[in-house]
Write a protein that binds this ligand. Structure first.
Ligand SMILES: NC(=O)c1ccc[n+]([C@@H]2O[C@H](COP(=O)([O-])OP(=O)(O)OC[C@H]3O[C@@H](n4cnc5c(N)ncnc54)[C@H](O)[C@@H]3O)[C@@H](O)[C@H]2O)c1
Ligand SMILES: [Zn+2]
Length: 407
């Protein structure tokens, strides 16, 4: 642990404890912790009402034989956090959010020896959490090929309890062992930005694995990626690390399309430049030199986006629909023209498996190795006490990935 970090942390805590109003609901710690020591309390950003976090201070519980205490370094804001912030669709308020986080192990119980992949762990290692299998704590990544995270819990979306240190938008997170069913990975060899991007990248590693099951996506395929938010941009990056080069990105935001090019798309189509689906499909076909796409990834939550994408795909082509993580409503398609007569093979893709997480670490190393601008996906960085501003910036959609970075 870095002595400078501790000092900054103490200063922030003192400033916070001196503030009135919504900053801190618990009394400030009596004496500052010595450098390197674990403090008695930790700040946790609690979503306490719609569009409002309070920074609360909670005691750090004693670390049991199977538990891990992690000092949080940073955490990305996800689309799911944005939904929770605006509408609380999961009914979790008050809740400690943040599931795209990473940090350093500062204490762990004597029974903790290896991570979920069997890699040794020690105090000082950097980790990320994956899902929590409460109903199946014995599950390992080797019997999980077909099981995705659906139905499992994750840190950052847990109901509040007497531990409170349940989300990554915090100073410390408390990873519970044993029958709690936590899974976690030692990712000490990845830099902070890469570690923050692991969770969203795993979504795309999984989507591409799903796409490969169709046997249509190949080395030299013509691929459309529709939607150039973080998800579509990372999709392009995963395809590039696999050697797929013939990629056409479709979006309505020129800035995002420009970034898609830097991420490795060879062509872009701005749907706002084309009136009607026929003209738009024509533009995609032109981009591929007169051919339709062999395969398409649908990375928007827009029903119109789903309806349109079939028109970009050739007869016998394939589609991976991954944009509808949230119910965005019904989409109209023509089963005759869009699926039946074209013999389109479609796959859905929903989050990831533990194994996809392990693949993602390799993907991130390779993406960096071939010079993809992954770190630039993180466009805005805020300290924990600016979490409300960070979420508002995320809602304004002026950047790409917004992250909370602890000093
Ligand atoms: N399958 C999963 O497990 C999973 C996981 C995470 C996110 N998602 C979903 O993926 C989607 C994308 O996530 P994101 O973070 O990149 O979101 P985002 O909102 O930042 O990006 C969506 C992009 O799609 C573009 N777009 C909207 N309508 C379009 C249309 N008709 N044609 C072309 N482009 C259009 C927007 O301009 C925007 O750039 C979201 O809907 C999210 O819920 C799915
Ligand atoms: Zn997420």
């Amino acid at each position: 642990m870095d002595i400078n970090n501790i000092n900054i942390e103490e200063i922030v805590r003192q400033v916070l404890s001196g503030m009135t109003g919504n900053a801190s609901s618990a009394p400030a710690p009596k004496a500052p912790a010595a450098p390197g020591a674990i403090p008695k309390t930790a700040r946790v950003a609690m979503l306490t009402s719609l569009e409002h976090y309070d920074i609360k201070e909670f005691p750090i519980p004693p670390v049991g034989d199977d538990d891990i205490l992690v000092k949080v370094e940073g955490c990305g804001i996800c689309g799911t956090d944005a939904h929770e912030f605006r509408r609380d669709p999961f009914g979790l308020i008050p809740v400690a959010l943040g599931h795209e986080g990473t940090g350093e192990i500062v204490a762990m119980g004597k029974n903790v020896k290896v991570d979920t992949a069997g890699k040794p762990v020690k105090v000082g290692d950097k980790i990320v959490t994956c899902m929590i299998f409460k109903d199946d704590p014995e599950i390992t990544m080797f019997d999980l090929n077909k099981k995705n995270v659906g139905g499992a819990d994750v840190y950052g979306l847990l109901p509040d309890d007497d531990v409170h240190l349940n989300g990554w938008f915090s100073d410390y997170i408390f990873i519970r062992g044993g029958s709690f069913g936590s899974t976690f990975f030692n990712v000490s060899d990845l830099d902070l930005d890469s570690r923050i991007l692991i969770e969203p990248c795993a979504v795309l590693v999984h989507a591409v694995e799903r796409a490969k099951t169709t046997n249509i996506l190949r080395f030299n395929s013509r691929v459309v990626v529709q939607g150039c938010g973080p998800i579509g941009l990372i999709c392009i990056a995963v395809l590039r690390t696999m050697g797929v080069e013939n990629i056409c990105a479709v979006d309505g935001e020129q800035k995002r399309l420009d970034f898609a090019k830097r991420m490795g798309a060879s062509m872009t189509v701005n749907f706002k430049d084309h009136k009607g689906i026929e003209a738009l499909a024509g533009a995609v076909q032109d981009a591929f030199g007169g051919h339709l796409a062999d395969f398409a990834f649908q990375c928007t939550g827009s029903p119109a986006g789903h309806s349109n994408i079939y028109k970009f795909i050739r007869n016998g082509g394939g589609l991976c629909e991954l944009g509808f993580f949230i119910n965005g409503g019904d989409a109209t398609i023509n089963p005759h023209f869009d699926i039946c007569s074209k013999e389109i093979t479609t796959v859905g893709s929903w989050v990831y498996t533990l194994r996809d997480y392990a693949t993602t670490f390799d993907f991130l190393r390779r993406a960096k190795g071939i010079g993809l601008p992954m770190s630039e996906l993180i466009t805005d960085r805020f300290p924990l006490d600016k979490i409300n501003e960070a979420h508002q910036t995320n809602l304004a959609m002026t950047g790409l990935k917004i992250a909370i970075i602890n000093e």
